[in-house]
Design a protein around this ligand. Sequence first.
Ligand code: FES
Length: 353
Amino acid sequence: MALVTVTIDGLTVQVPEGTSVLDAARSIGINIPALCHDPDLTPVGACRLCVVEVEGMRNLPASCVTMVTDGMVVRTDTPQIMEARKTILELLIANHPLDCLSCEKLGDCMLADYCYQYGVKESPFIDAAKHDYELEESNPFIVRDLNKCILCGRCIRACAEMTCKDIIDFSYRGFNTKVGPFGDTPLIESDCVYCGNCVSVCPTGALTEKQMYGKGRRWEYNKVTTTCPFCGTGCNFDLMVKDGKIAGVTSNPDSPVNGKQLCIKGRFGWDFVHSDKRLTTPLVKKNGEFVPVSWDEAFDTIAANLGEIKEKYGGKSFAALSSARCTNEENYLVQKFTRTVMGTNNVDHCART
Ligand code: FES
């Protein structure tokens, strides 16, 4: 691919043709603020926070949707740019409830972070109308507080481009514009599959995982990166651990397998971990009833019964069906045991077809 040379804040860099100014700047460590931009989604230039100065252009273009051209000279931090970004933030919070003190996402809100960075404490547009949408929590997984939505459209693009569902979009016009399913219904009445990918890209407190709602601020959790136990894809995510318990799951954008994407099971299906219905000891059937036994007794029972079956009916009377929920190592052991101990190739796997 052809390279183009661009100068950003006095630093010259070569990037492939078609690179945005935002990405070119970030590639040399110049961080331009961006709210509607997400590297995994199609850029749309909606929030305008990423404006920069480009020599030869009269206005301030949004760097996320402006592609570099050879010889382009860009500045990202002039007083005019700073002033423009500050005004954009003031406009973005003009209709915002500004209830940061009690907001679920404080500490994980890009809007709050940028307001802090640009010294925006309040909006000068004091007479601007505020929304009074009811908190939507009728579904089991996602809390929607549209009063905090800045209409960046990230959730819409995540639904369309990551999950390929297209469940939500902008509806109404002007001040009344809001994001939601067709017909402005609650999510529970839509075809939403609750993957939560919309939550993972939301830059404000508009979308929150219900399981973590009210359980603590984001900085109170320990993030533990792990691999999803539900299928063999091997998605990574962060367990949000507080007081020794898993409170929820958030995407880990650095996951090499899945990036921010997860399915409903990976993101919201972790509550089995602390379920009091989990078996904590092996059970062996005695006189028609399952009885808790030690691991030694359980293994002895298995060995004796399988040995008897093999002796009486031969190894081919045995078959093993393994699971995608097991690790590769566990699946390896299942086939190894089946072939070498039971003496048969009758081994299969639920995810084979
Ligand atoms: Fe570029 Fe929103 S990040 S316009």
